[in-house]
Design a protein around this ligand. Sequence first.
Ligand code: BT5
Length: 264
Amino acid sequence: MSRISADSLQEGLRTKRFGRSIFFLHKISSTNDFGKRLAAHGAIEGTVVIAETQTSGRGRLGRKWFSPIGGLWFSVILKPSMGVTKAARLVFVAGLAVAETLNNAYGLRVETRWPNDVLVNGRKVCGILTETNITAEKVNFVVVGVGINANFIPEKALPATLRKTSTSLERELGHKVQLELLFRALLENIDDKYDLLVGKNYSSILEGWKKYAGFLGRQVEVSNETRRFSGLALDVDYEGALVLRLDTGETKRVLVGDISLRTK
Ligand code: BT5
C-alpha cells in the first residue's frame, strides 16, 4: 500500500486487539471476503485487512460498493463471546468510531444515518458492512468492513448516479488527508468502542451514536425489500430498531431498511 507504511503504522499503535496482524493489499475483490477467509483459517481477533482498491466491494444485500484508489477500504476480524443479537451491535460500534474520528480529526459536520452510514453535509462518506459467521446461534467471528471515501473527488471517481448522494473527505475539506493518520486514529477508536461493548457498556455506544443521528426528530422515508413507510423518526431502540411515528399516528419498529429524509 503506497501511502500507508506497515511498519510506521504498527509502531506505537495504541490498541488492545486491533492491528497486531495487518494484511496490506494493493487490489482485492473485497476486504470483507478476504477477512472471512482468514478468520475461517484461524486468524486472531483484531486482524486487519486493508486494500488500495477493491474490484467487487460490497454493501448490504449484495449491493455494489465502489472502491477507487484513494479511499480507505478495510475490514477487521472480531471474535466476540456473545450471541448473534448482541454481535449486531457492532454496526453502532463502528459507526460511532468513524463519526467521532472524522469529527475530531477534521471538524466536519458528521452525522450517523441508520443503520450503517456516516454522512458529511448530508452525503454518504462512509458505509459499514458487518458480516457474522455463526454455528447454531454461536458467533464464530464477525468481519466488520469500513469504507471511507477519502482522497478522491466523487464527481470524477464514482458513477454519475451517486454524485448527489455521496461525498469524500477531499471534496469536503478541499485537500487530501493523510491516510495513515486517519487509519491509525480509526483503529484506535474502534478498539476503544469495542472494549466498551465487550465490557457491557453498550448503552454508552448507542447513546454516543444517537448524538450524531441527525435524522432523529425528522420526517423520513424508510424502505426495505418488501415495504415503504413514512413518518417521524422517534428513536433507535436498544435492539437497534428504528422507531417511527407513522402518518397514521401508529408507532412502528423497523429492523431492516434504508432511510432518506422526506423533502416535502
Ligand atoms: C454500505 O452498504 O454502505 C456498506 C459499504 C461497506 C464497504 C466496505 S469497504 C471495506 C469492506 N469490503 C467490502 O466489500 N465492503 C466493506 P449499503 O448501505 O447497502 O449501501 C450501498 C449503496 O451505497 C450502494 O447501493 C450505492 O447506492 C452506494 N454507494 C456505493 N459505493 C459508494 C461510495 N463509494 N460512496 C458512497 N455511496 C456508495
